[in-house]
Design a protein around this ligand. Structure first.
Ligand SMILES: Cc1cc2nc3c(=O)[nH]c(=O)nc-3n(C[C@H](O)[C@H](O)[C@H](O)COP(=O)(O)O)c2cc1C
Length: 358
């Protein structure tokens, strides 16, 4: 009765659940594991033409725990340090073994048109079903004018997305950084440059904490640290807000692949209600393992059953209609009492909350 399959930008996915670019998609072995468990698609760890420049440090993760649970995760990890030739071979093997699964190549390059042409052409020749442009990694690479250094400027982003589109024969999604004042400006630039979809969000710039014994910031590498990227459940409200704004602005002009803090089928349902066609998971897989997809599917089906939704399209974007301006909320709340005193006071607000919570 319930159909979880998704048809988006010419891709057919068995379900809306995609592994986001990151450690859970770092090589062919783990990508195969994801397909075996039932994930609808995988975005590989971001590939670059010259991986010799990618030098990671350790430790590169810091976690925020509440009780036993990890609610937030900071990383200062860079993109893939594996050669593109290895990735090309692995793509070919994966496409042979899993022809029906969506394999999405995440790519990043420097600000050079021919470099973007080359990387897009190489991954699509190797079998990528779609390409996600990483214009959003917030640490390490912006120092070299890559990643979010490009994604924070609508002009640069428009140019780079245009370069990718000049040679792409498969759908191109642009992955947004949340570290901007207005996400809609950058998303619009990507769509105007020809991107079929928007992925949002990459990690939120953060400092995880300071160790009160050593007085050093975390994660500490030889006593020092740098700003990192925050992910996991703690970022979900930020990701939902950005998904909502992008979906309201884009309407049917672009697809939305939502990412940020998704760990349950209910989380996925919320993003779909705000317009997402697919949902991506990174930190949730690092915490719960690849088998998480089974629970995501089960929970999403249960949600759909409760509301008698038969397909993802039955409820995609349904809740967007309930967003409005604050002024409109005030009018809705108090408009009915026009002619009466509508002056705002703390006492009246508390009385009202008390009344409504009874
Ligand atoms: C350790 C780590 C490494 C990541 N590496 C990449 C990457 O190489 N490329 C990319 O586009 N996003 C990368 N991300 C961002 C995730 O794909 C995702 O956008 C973000 O973590 C929010 O989703 P989540 O809360 O499900 O993790 C990384 C995230 C983490 C935690």
């Amino acid at each position: 009765m319930i159909d979880l399959s998704v048809h988006v930008d010419g891709l057919r996915l068995a379900n809306p659940f995609i592994i986001a670019s990151g450690p859970p998609s770092t090589n062919a072995n783990v990508i195969a594991r994801a397909f075996d468990e039932g994930w609808g698609g995988v975005v590989c760890k971001t590939i670059v033409l010259d991986s010799t420049k990618i030098v990671n440090v350790s430790p590169r993760y810091a976690r925020w725990r509440v009780g036993d649970e990890i609610v937030g995760w900071e990383n200062i990890e860079l993109i893939s340090d594996r050669p593109i030739e290895t990735w090309e071979e692995e793509f070919r093997t994966l496409k042979m073994r899993y022809p029906g699964r969506a394999l999405i190549a995440s790519v990043m390059e420097e600000y050079r048109r021919h470099a973007w042409h080359e990387i897009v052409e190489r991954v699509q020749r190797a079998g990528a079903d779609a390409i996600e442009l990483n214009l959003s990694c917030p640490h390490g690479l912006p120092e070299r004018r890559m990643g979010s250094a490009m994604g924070q400027s609508p002009e640069l982003l428009r140019e780079v997305c245009g370069w990718a589109r000049e040679v792409a024969r498969v759908p191109v999604w642009a992955k947004m950084t949340p570290n901007v004042t207005n996400i809609v400006d950058v998303a619009r630039a990507a769509v105007e440059a020809g991107c079929r979809g928007i992925s949002a969000i990459n990690t939120v710039l953060s400092v995880m904490g300071v160790d009160l014994t050593t007085l050093r910031p975390e994660p500490t590498v030889e006593g020092y640290s740098t700003s990192g990227g925050y992910s996991g459940r703690a970022v979900k409200p930020i990701a939902l807000r950005m998904a909502m704004e992008i979906a309201r602005e884009m309407g049917s002009r672009a697809s939305l692949s939502a990412v940020g803090g998704i760990e349950s089928g209910d989380d996925a349902a919320e993003f779909i209600l705000l317009g997402a066609s697919t949902v991506q998971v990174c930190t949730g897989v690092m915490i719960h393992g690849y088998e998480l997809v089974k629970k995501l599917e089960r929970d999403l089906r249960a949600f759909m059953e409760r509301h008698a939704f038969r397909s993802i399209e039955d409820f995609r974007g349904y809740s967007l209609r309930y967003f409005t301006s604050h002024a409109e909320l005030v009018a809705k709340k108090h408009g009915a009492k026009s002619g009466q005193d509508t002056a705002w006071s703390a006492e009246r607000f508390i009385e009202q909350v008390d009344r409504e919570s009874k």
